[in-house]
Write a protein that binds this ligand. Sequence first.
Ligand code: UDP
Length: 237
Amino acid sequence: MELKYKRILLKLSGEALMGDDSFGINTEVLGEISSQIKEIMDLGAEVGIVIGAGNIFRGVKGASQGMDRTAADNMGMLATVINSLAMQDALERGGVVTRVMSAIPMRLVCEPYIRRRAARHLEKGRAVIFAAGTGNPYFTTDSAGVLRALEIDADIIIKATKVDGVYDKDPVLHADAVKYEKLTYDEVLSKNLRVMDTAGIALAKEDNKPIMVLNMTQPGNIRRAVCGEALGTLIGS
Ligand code: UDP
């Protein structure tokens, strides 16, 4: 099958790993996500993955409770490493060769992030999980996802969520919410749509990197997207 997008940067929120749990990592959900990743890799896609940490710890929350923001953000970044190792385990159990590369070097558990090595892993058919965000406090894993997508020259960023695209208002709370098929970066910013943080959208806009927001709880959706089906919401210029 022809792939429309060959090199993909998949952004998963930490909450995506919780499933219906209220905290932490749900191994069943991880298994489902990894089989969707395997499915596209079997078709020849090269996959980079960035995972958040909202299921464990967010810096902003720590800071709102009086913690030093940088310390809290460092904790958030380390929490993404926990999620990345869990994702690696799930992928490898499913037969996908995987490397975790951390923006904060920790050689005993994973590789340090080196762009050229990441590109090499991808060319060799290994899934690469980019851990520890950008390595800097005051950023998010959305920005890290866009940054890594630009660095590895991904064809598209897939932001996998629990809803099937971007709506004009919260579809869970409003029955009359309308889904956007397409949006420009400027519309996302001016309408203040909470798809991805402002820094991430601005960075994607600078390089004109397309972002697709889709529902990954629907098995097969990631495959359909990389094969070119118009799913969810496509953000571009
Ligand atoms: N974080 C950071 N720098 C980065 C990426 C992440 O400091 O480049 C920290 C920040 O505290 C953030 C936490 O890691 O709250 C988890 O990331 P995020 O909130 O993006 O996770 P998600 O919402 O995707 O689960």
